[in-house]
Write a protein that binds this ligand. Structure first.
Ligand code: GLA
Length: 396
């Protein structure tokens, strides 16, 4: 079905229901959710919106208003056949399969998708689509699920696309509170909001480098959880602890300095660096949350800088253009900046006093986007992040 057919069908019906799922920007705690360590993201105003109608059969039809993404049809079932590798519809298929495994008799939906999130920019456009589709299917079938259970189901369900991700994105997209960032703890899953001070402004800037987690960046991404896990096992063994000792348990068993010392003598150079990122980033999350709670802008900024260095040098997930954006934002008056999301391209997040945000954005436009011939679209690439609420079903 072409986009225009579905749009016409919706405009003549009694009015479809919409679901909106925001993107997210992770403030700190990068590449550690899959290690079971806490992270600290917030939801964005920008997101994915789906207008949908229930169907009487099990067919699910996805149409995207963006013509770059071809329409796709699949049956909702416990084994949804995948679309071509890297195809956008795989995120919708992931949601459908995860729900069908939990609720066997679901009917399909006709769904019209639109988004104002930059795609493959480290802002979780993919998980926003998974969450939006899941809410559309649940609503169309009159089924509800406890939010924490749904977050967990969709985090596992999204692995359908072949990425060994953690649970941060689905959790914040569903559980965010407007005006707040949230610390997310795993095992058990829990969200704890902290109000973002009114005089703080987080900025997001896209590097113009696509980081497609279900495409080229997948292998590089998936290698990180494997390495972090191997490092964990070896350090646990060295401490005489069981092989399945988790990162939180390791951190409870010994101080960070001791763990790093052991890692230095036990692990290969690469694994030792990966391990150092994970345990130091874990510590930065708590410090950042506390800094936000007491309104300590400078302290939060320093933690962002330290996180970027660690992601660049130890976890090796940065990109020269991200490093340049970080440096430019800092020179222009941001108190701290770092890559956000999985890296390998994507975006940075920078923190500045609200009064200096315009100045920093102008500097990025002149010194990063203009030389690349991208100044005309700069509003889409650099924006002030508004801490927004989580995904919701809304009537048209
Ligand atoms: C992706 C994954 C998340 C998380 C981040 C890196 O967004 O989906 O689970 O691992 O990368 O922090």
């Amino acid at each position: 079905m072409a986009s225009t057919d579905l749009e016409a069908a919706f405009s003549t019906s009694s009015g479809p229901v919409h679901v909106r799922a925001p993107g997210r920007v992770n403030l700190i705690g990068e590449h550690i959710d899959y290690c079971g360590l806490s992270v600290f993201p917030m939801a964005l105003r920008q997101g994915v919106r789906i207008a949908f109608q229930p169907r009487a059969d099990r067919e699910t039809r996805l149409v995207n208003r963006d013509p770059r993404f071809a329409p796709s049809t699949f049956p909702i079932s416990e084994r949804v056949p995948p679309g071509p590798d890297g195809d956008w519809s795989n995120y919708g298929r992931a949601a459908a399969q995860a729900l069908a495994q939990r609720f066997p008799d679901l009917r399909g939906v006709d769904a019209l998708v639109e988004s104002d999130l930059p795609i493959a920019a480290g802002l979780s456009s993919s998980s926003a689509l998974v969450v939006a589709m899941a809410l559309a299917i649940l609503h169309a079938n009159g089924v509800s699920m406890a939010p924490l259970e749904l977050m967990d189901l969709l985090a596992r369900g999204e692995r359908y696309v072949g990425t060994a991700g953690g649970g941060m994105d689905q959790s914040i997209i569903l559980g965010a509170q407007a005006g707040c960032a949230s610390r997310i703890d795993f095992h058990p899953l829990r969200l704890t909001p902290t109000t973002v001070p009114a005089d703080w402004q987080f900025l997001v800037a896209w590097s113009l480098v696509h980081a497609e987690k279900s495409g080229a960046a997948r292998q590089a991404y998936n290698e990180r959880p494997r390495q972090a896990d191997e490092a964990r096992r070896l350090v646990a063994a060295r401490l005489g602890l069981p092989e399945d000792t988790t990162y939180p348990a390791l951190l409870a068993a010994a101080p960070v300095a001791r763990l790093l010392e052991l890692a230095g003598t036990t692990l290969s150079g690469v694994l030792s660096k990966r391990f150092r990122h994970v345990v130091t980033e874990g510590a930065r999350v708590r410090q950042a949350e506390a800094a936000m709670a007491r309104g300590d802008l400078a302290a939060f900024g320093l933690l962002l800088d330290a996180s970027h260095q660690s992601l660049r040098d130890d976890y090796e997930v940065s990109h020269p253009d991200l490093d340049q954006l970080v440096a430019l934002a800092r020179e222009a008056g941001a108190v701290g900046a770092r890559l956000t999301g999985a890296g390998f391209g994507g975006s940075i997040v920078a923190l500045c006093p609200a009064g200096r945000a315009a100045e920093v954005m102008t500097a990025l436009r002149e010194r990063f986007y203009a030389p690349r011939g991208a100044a005309a679209d700069v509003e889409r690439y650099v924006f002030a992040a508004e801490p927004s609420g989580g995904a919701a079903v809304v009537r048209a």
